[in-house]
Design a protein around this ligand. Structure first.
Ligand code: IFM
Length: 763
């Protein structure tokens, strides 16, 4: 067997990615990967890691995401292409992103023997994701069951320059094969969401040249049109079309002798009725206009270059961290809607079926900062999604007996609550499990307000604030008036029956510090926005007042709540109690569970964990992080130190939520706990690449990707925002020589080039 590193001779293809030599300055291998500065390279095919690697090799372009399944298929493969906003009804979880027709299939046979990785022999194998250009390629040297040796070089990309255009290429070279090679390029209309088929086949046919397929979701009635064109180079060959229902196919057959090669290109277009009234017509028109594969790729490459110019982060001295940060940012970039403000990034991006494409607070608190500071127009798209889903949030508030707008814990196309009420137990005799987040994890409304404020502070986009942001902040502030309760005995406002950021505690949780302070903060900002609107845009203020039935009475109520909302902070000890009574719960020493491989909730049971001082993810510490940016109450380094010492050892950081490690990395860096900061950072960095939680098969952990960027900039970079702009106080991990990134701030770009020795502030 040839080792992957020896495969250079293997890339003799007219592969666009080869025209630009990859700078392999340093490499590190892990999980059968080699990490270089810009490329993730898989060196072996391991069927046991099939689904994990399908997630890892997801590509996309902000419109769709396609998992890294193979063109030729594989038994038990979970191929998926998810398109933003293509939701359809489903039992229990209400709605989910429908797995769209598969644009990848390429079936290749050699004298009738079908190329498959589970047949014949793999003599050499390398799969490479080039993060710089979004190109996924695979080089396989294969011996067929009857003994013929061939090389196959596949590549694919989803164009970042034109989100409706996709490309697949395969160069087939014969080493000792003599005979007929048949290539079938298809569109597969039978994609399923793990056994559930959302599609009705509407029509299909022959394009000029090419094939097309038209399908419609069963309930939401979204139409999708896909068209494809196969071209063959380096060989003379006719192309035929066959129309198996739901599976239009173009087939070509060429004669190949040892030393000869043939290249097939499949370019694909896709539209849905969410963009155009006639998606199949749009797909065909675009296909007819589309350039050949190499030019399509070049335009894509240029678009990536432009994107990385704004978003790249350079780490020197640590190739794993360098690759990992670029990989995590790549995964965020490919799922960020570029031209659609009715959708947002889901917890598992467009890379898997986990959480069904639903959007959580993960987006506003963990993911958006990266976009706000590097591509604010994309952040604006996603915040505008919250504007368009306000009516759903209003229905949720009304249904729960409240006023204003109460955002859904899990949100999809309409903004109505889509968190399932029940989960089924794995034990067939166990009871169904009630999911309380939909009712109680209400901090989401303040989290959205927090992201809007941050966006506004960074961009000074007053027009957006006037037309969209203000309405969101004010109507959710109206909700809080109806949600808080007055405790007449203690003469204070309280918020009872919530779930905070830490989801191990769900019952009888009153006055969760995180929730209460976020609400108080939200109302402080609502007052500022209300006054700002009146001062600068009185007409808009009057319209909004009428629409939301706002009067100065509400403004006074907000102020009263701000003044009197209970925040369980003890100024003598500096400790913040996570919620009323948390300190009275049975304490736990997590060091006694050091050898565990499961979450503390798995070990103790739901009830057991809820009765102890053990956290699934940072809660008080999360609050301190969010208040740190503007140095607001209760943040101070001293308070952070005290609360870190209390809560960090009680947090199930490795097996609890994937949202935790990046946050701990930031705070540990603030506290100069460099070893801890680096360990947590790498835990977050590798969550999908190395499948550290064992669940990467269900999709990318998007919040962790976003948290990682924050850990770099705000943790290791130590960036603080001042009136004069961002200032860095670096705390680089010992092995890093350099950390370089850019931040957008009020119309300017601030470049930071932080060196281990000099550690200068912003340039
Ligand atoms: O939003 C998170 C939550 O904080 C922890 N459980 C998973 C959710 C989705 O990532």
């Amino acid at each position: 067997m040839i080792k992957a590193q020896d495969l250079s001779e293997f890339h003799q293809t007219p592969n666009p990615s080869q025209s630009r030599a990859v700078q392999m300055t340093e490499t590190v291998s892990a999980c059968s990967f080699i990490y270089t500065d810009w490329a993730l390279i898989e060196t072996q095919f391991d069927p046991a890691q099939l689904h994990h690697k399908e997630t890892v090799f997801t590509i996309g372009n902000g419109y769709l995401g396609s998992r890294g399944s193979f063109e030729e298929g594989y038994p038990r493969a979970v191929a998926a292409t998810l398109i933003h906003g293509v939701f359809d009804d489903v039992p229990v979880v209400y709605t989910e992103l429908a797995n769209c027709p598969d644009w990848l299939p390429l079936m290749i046979t050699f004298n009738g023997e079908r190329f498959r990785l589970d047949q014949g022999e793999i003599l050499a194998y390398e799969r490479r994701l080039d993060l710089r250009s979004g190109l996924l390629s695979r080089a396989v040297r294969w011996r067929s069951p009857s003994g013929s040796k061939v090389d196959l070089n596949f590549e694919r990309f989803a164009s970042l320059a034109d989100e409706h255009a996709l490309g697949v290429r395969c160069q087939i070279s014969s080493l000792d094969f003599e005979g007929l090679v048949e290539v079938q390029a298809s569109l597969n209309g039978y994609s399923e969401n793990k056994g559930f088929n959302h599609w009705e086949q509407v029509s299909q046919g022959k394009a000029d040249p090419g094939i097309w397929l038209q399908v419609r979701t069963r309930n939401s009635r979204i139409e999708l049109g896909m068209a494809a064109r196969l071209t063959v180079s380096e060989a003379e060959s006719a192309i035929e079309v066959s129309n198996v229902p739901g599976y239009p196919t173009q087939t070509t057959t060429v004669q190949l002798s040892p030393g000869q090669s043939v290249t097939v290109d499949k370019v694909v277009t896709v539209f849905t009725s969410r963009q155009v009234p006639d998606p199949i017509q749009a797909a065909q028109t675009k296909l007819a206009e589309l350039p050949a594969y190499p030019d399509l790729f070049k335009a894509n490459e240029r678009a990536w270059e432009e994107t990385w110019r704004k978003s790249d982060v350079v780490i020197e001295g640590d190739i794993s961290a360098q690759l990992a940060i670029r990989y995590n940012l790549f995964q965020l970039i490919i799922c960020a809607p570029r031209h659609d403000e009715q959708v947002s990034i889901a917890a598992k991006t467009l890379s898997g079926f986990g959480y069904r494409g639903h959007v959580f607070w993960d987006t506003e608190i963990f993911i958006l900062p990266f976009f706000i500071y590097s591509q604010p127009a994309l952040a604006r798209n996603m915040l505008t999604y919250r504007y368009h889903t306000l009516d759903g949030a209003r229905r949720k508030a009304k249904d729960s007996g409240y006023k204003g707008a109460m955002f859904a814990w899990e949100s999809a196309d309409t903004g109505d609550e889509v968190t399932p009420r029940w989960a089924l137990p794995t034990d067939p005799y166990g009871a169904d499990i009630r999911i309380w987040c939909r009712d109680r994890e209400i901090h989401i409304s303040a989290d959205v307000a927090y992201a809007i404020w941050r966006y506004w502070q960074v961009t000074r986009d007053d027009a957006w604030m006037r037309d969209y942001g203000a309405e969101i902040i004010l109507d959710t502030a109206v909700f809080w008036i109806s949600r808080v309760e007055l405790n007449t005995k203690d003469e204070r406002y309280e918020i009872r029956d919530v779930i905070g950021a830490d989801e191990y505690h769900e019952h009888d949780i009153h006055n969760n510090a995180f929730t209460n302070r976020m609400v108080q903060w939200h109302l402080e900002k609502a007052i500022l926005v209300y006054d700002w609107l009146h001062a600068h845009f009185p007409e808009n203020a009057a319209q909004l007042e009428e629409k939301l039935q706002l009067t100065s009475k509400q403004r006074s109520r907000w102020q009263d709540i701000v003044n009197n909302l209970w925040i369980p902070y003890d100024s003598k000890t500096g400790l913040i109690e996570q919620f009323d009574g948390f300190f009275n719960l049975e304490d736990i020493d997590l060091r006694e569970y050091d050898s565990r491989t499961q979450s503390m909730q798995d070990i103790l049971g739901m009830e057991g964990a809820s009765k102890r001082q053990v956290l699934k993810q940072p809660d008080v510490l999360m609050l301190l992080y969010l208040m740190r940016e503007s140095q607001e109450f209760p943040y101070s380094l001293e308070t952070l130190k005290k609360n870190w010492n209390y809560y960090a050892p009680r947090t199930d950081i490795t097996y609890g939520s994937s949202l935790g490690p990046a946050m701990h990395a930031i705070l540990a860096a603030d506290l100069d706990l460099s070893e801890e900061a680096y360990e947590r950072f790498m835990q977050a960095a590798m969550v999908d690449l190395e499948n550290v939680r064992g669940n990467a098969d269900s999709g990318i952990h998007a919040a962790s990707c976003g948290g990682l960027w924050q850990a770099l900039v705000f943790g290791f970079g130590g960036v603080q925002l001042t009136q004069d702009g961002p200032i860095a106080t670096p705390h680089l991990p010992p092995k890093w020589n350099r950390l370089k990134f850019k931040l957008y701030w009020r119309g300017d770009w601030h470049e930071f080039d932080l060196r281990a020795d000099a550690k200068p502030p912003a340039l």
